[in-house]
Design a protein around this ligand. Sequence first.
Ligand SMILES: [Zn+2]
Length: 519
Amino acid sequence: MRPPIRSIASWALVAALCTPPAAVVGQTARDAVLPAAPSGSGVAVLLANARIVDGTGAPAFVGELLLRDGRIAAVGEPGSIARPPGAERVDLGGLVLAPGFIDIHNHSTSGIFDRPLAPTQLAQGITTIVVGADGSSPWPIGAFLDRIDEARPALDVATMVGHGTVRGAIMGDDNRRPATDLEIADMTARVERGMLEGAFGLSSGLEYDPGFYSTTGELIALARAAAAHGGFYMSHLRDEEEGLLDAVDEAIRIGREAGLPVHISHIKAGNASVWGKAAEVLDRMEAASASGVDVTADQYPYTAWQSGLAIVVRSRRFQDRDSVAAGIAAAGGADRLQIVRYRADPTLDALRLSDIAGRWGVSPVEAYMRLMRNGGSGVIGHTMEDRDVDAFMRSRRVMTASDGGIGSPHPRGAGTFPRVLGVYARERGVLTLERAVERATSMPARRLGLVDRGVIRGGARADLVAFDPATIADRSTFEDPGLEAVGIHAVWVAGVPVWVDGRPTGARPGRAVRHGDAG
Ligand SMILES: [Zn+2]
C-alpha cells in the first residue's frame, strides 16, 4: 500500500489557500504568517479510506471522517458520509487515523518560542503539550499562556503550576529547610492564582531543589489549593530508586489528604536496588485507586533516564568521597552514567563518566566531584531494566509522555510516541496498536479533564494524526537525540494540517489551553 502523499499535500495546499488571507504551503511558506484561526474558514474535508483507531482502546475499523470548523463533524463507514458541496475528499489509503497525541509531560517551555513549528514534536504526532512538570513551571501562568497565544505555535500548549517555582519565589535562596506556616500560606495563594489563570494542577519535583526540602504537610496544603479548583497533583517522586515504594506512598497520601487525583511522572524502577519492583508499585496504585484516590502515571519508553548530575548523590554531599562512591555504585557503575550539557567543557558531551575519568586520569569519584565543582552537568543514567519498563507499559494506569521536548538531549524528546508504536507495539508486542494509541490520547485527555480531545467522535476537536503502523519508528539516539521520527504522514491541529509528508506545513493554529475553558 502506497501512502497517498500527493493527495494529502494537495489538500494541505487547498486548505491553506482557502484561508484568508491566502498563504502558500510549501517551500516558501515555512515562515508565512498565517491567520490565527484558520480552522474557522468553514471549508469541510472528507478523510476517506482510513483505518480509524479512535483512542478509546476499541478495535480499529475502516471508515471516514468529515472535518469542519476545526471539529470532527461526522464519523462513519466507508461511503456513508455525504460530501458537502466544495469539500475536498482526501484518500488516506488505509493509513491509521488516530486522535492527535497529548504529551502530558513536555519540557518545551522556552523551546516552543524558539521553534514554534516544533518539528520534533509534530513528527511524533503530538498535537497538545503540557509543560510545567517536575515542580518547575512558567510564572505567572496567565502571562505565559498569553505569550503562547501571541506566539501561535503549530500545536496547543497547556501548563501545570510548579511547586518548586512557587516555593522558590517565596523562600528565595533560604529554601533548604521546611517552610513556615506563613510561607506555606503565601505559596498556597500563588498556587490558587496559577489555577485561576489556567493551570491544570500542581506539579512537584521532589528530587530537585527547592522541592527536595519540603515536607509532606507542605505539599498537602498546596495540593488542597489545586484540588479546590479541580486540578490534579503531578509528581516527580521524592525517590525513584531505593526509596521508590515510600515515595509512591507519599504521593498517594497527598492525594488522599488533599482530595485530588495523583499522577506519577515518568514512572520507573530507577536502579538495581528496585529492579523487578514494578508490579509492587502498580499494586499500590491499584489499591489506592480502589480505595478512592485516582492514581495514574506516565512513562517514556527507554531504559535510561536523564536528569541533573546532582541526582546521583542522594545525600547531596557532592564533595564527600564515600557519598559519591555510594551514588555511583547504586547507579550500577560509572559506565552507566552518560554526561551531557557540561558547560565547562562541551567536548565531553555524551561521554560516560568512566570515559571522562579515564581522560582526566582520575577515579570516577574524583571525576564526579570535579564535574560538580565546575558547575555540574546533565546526566543520562542507563539504569533501568526492560522487565520493569514492560510491566509499566502493560498497565492500564500508565500512559505515554516524553518528559522531553524541543532540543532535548535525551532521545525521548524526539522519539517517545513513535517508539511505543514501533518498538513496543509492532516489534515486541508488549501492547496492541489500539492500547498504544489509547495511552497517547484518551488517557492523558481524561487526566487533564479535556473532554473533547483524545478521541475520534462527532463533535471532538479535529486534532488528528495519520500514520503507517508498519513503518512508524523513532530515529533519535543518545548520540543524535534530535533526529525526527518517521512514519507519521500527516498531523492536523484543530482541522488544520500542520505536518504533511515529512515536514511542517508552516501553519500555526496552536493556542494556549486553559484549565476550565471548554475544550
Ligand atoms: Zn521529572
